[in-house]
Design a protein around this ligand. Structure first.
Ligand SMILES: Cc1ncc(COP(=O)(O)O)c(C=O)c1O
Length: 379
């Protein structure tokens, strides 16, 4: 680990952290800013909720939109991407009799949210090594005349692929597309959400933009803004989008109040330069791990996310959820926080690169893997 940077976080130094994508990691300065926001509320709750929070949360929301290069009136704060998905499903009135399209690389909570509302899920399937044209064709082929929404991940969670969301949106039009962009804010340079041709885009700020958990941004295309409501109707009722998402009654607003501090930490950690550095580091790191495993690159024509990448495990290792879980525990016991992923009958490691990582992290993982795998059961 890069000690100079790792010391700015509060991660357990006994572990090698190679899984930033999962839940992010909050820098100490941001956790302290959130603590201050919470302490201020506690000093005078009435003053905070009645007089102060509306302006503080509006400011945080506007800074989040600016960070994403989006207009102030286009983007609401939500607690996480999954809440954003719920808002969209509710706003579109999706329920029994409606189809929602997801993919086999999609984050499961989005699909579950649709099923929980009584919609029927249709799952587009494509392999890890598909090319972008196949992805678009597979998703378009899953659309029926009952499809009310297509949900597509911009950076896929199990496979770390960068999907062609603009092409998908063009192929399925006029069906609206919701982009699950959980891993995108602060991690994908050159983003232009308004140019994707999609209806909705939701991204977590608490993964790669260093805000406290739980903070996420929900961008909505102009024609859908009027119908989007928070899942909890509270004191912002009757206000226009996106203000009506701000004050949600008596909840802990400290994470949102400290969103600006997280964005400052992102810039101080190096902004897009650190993303570039981490992307280069990850290529070298993944090669160390791949060489130690003796496997081929699993990738085809779809690029990987800059700071997340799959390396294939040997055959018959971690090919099921159960055996991937068992391997997770073996890796963890050896001091490595790195997720094995079972996908399409094959096992992978999903590696991440964050500002606190250095090449030594991957080299040590590569050196330890033969022994860790030697004791792992084969499927
Ligand atoms: C692609 C994707 N979507 C959604 C989520 C869910 O995030 P949250 O729990 O913040 O809603 C994740 C979490 O890792 C993710 O990887």
């Amino acid at each position: 680990m890069r000690r100079d940077i790792a010391d700015q976080f509060e991660l357990d130094p006994a572990l090698t952290h190679l899984n930033h994508g999962a839940f992010g990691a909050v820098p100490r300065s941001v956790r302290e800013a959130q603590d201050r926001a919470r302490a201020r509320i506690e000093r005078a709750p009435m003053r905070a909720f009645r007089d102060e929070l509306a302006a503080a949360l509006a400011g945080a929301r506007e800074q989040a939109a600016a960070f994403l290069g989006l207009p102030t009136d286009s983007t609401a704060l939500v607690r996480n991407v999954t809440e954003g998905v719920g808002v969209v499903l509710q706003g579109l009135g999706i329920g029994p009799g409606d189809d929602v399209v997801v993919s086999n690389h999609g984050y499961l909570t989005a699909g579950w949210s649709a099923e929980a509302r009584g919609a029927t899920l249709r799952r587009a399937e494509f392999p890890v090594d598909a090319d972008p044209g196949k992805v678009t064709a597979a998703i378009a082929a899953a659309v029926t005349d009952r499809t009310r929404l297509v949900i597509v991940d911009q950076i896929t969670s199990p496979t770390a692929l960068l999907l062609p969301v603009a092409e998908v949106a063009a192929a399925v039009a006029p069906v609206p597309v919701l982009v699950d962009a959980a891993h995108v804010p602060g991690a994908l340079p050159g983003l232009d959400v308004e140019d994707l041709g999609v209806a909705f885009w939701a991204g977590n700020l608490h993964k790669w933009a260093y805000t406290p958990r739980a903070a996420a941004a929900l961008w909505v295309a102009p024609e859908h803004r009027e119908s989007m409501r928070p899942l909890v109707t509270s004191w912002s009722h009757g206000m226009p989008f996106p203000e009506r998402f701000d004050l949600q009654g008596t909840v802990d607003h400290s994470a949102w109040a400290a969103v600006p501090d997280g964005l400052v930490a992102w810039a101080e950690l190096g902004g897009w330069e650190q993303v570039e550095r981490n992307a280069a580091l990850l290529l070298r790191g993944a090669e160390h791990v791949r060489a130690a495993l003796g496997t081929e690159s699993p990738l085809g024509g779809i690029p990987s996310a800059p700071c997340l990448r799959l390396v294939a495990l040997p055959e018959r290792v971690a090919t099921t959820t159960e055996s991937a879980d068992a391997l997770w525990h073996r890796l963890y016991a050896a001091g490595f926080v790195v997720p094995p992923v079972a996908f399409g009958g094959r096992g992978y490691l999903r590696l991440a690169a964050a500002p606190y990582n250095d090449e030594d992290d991957y080299q040590r993982l590569a050196a330890a893997l033969p022994e860790i795998l030697a004791g792992a059961p084969r499927d």
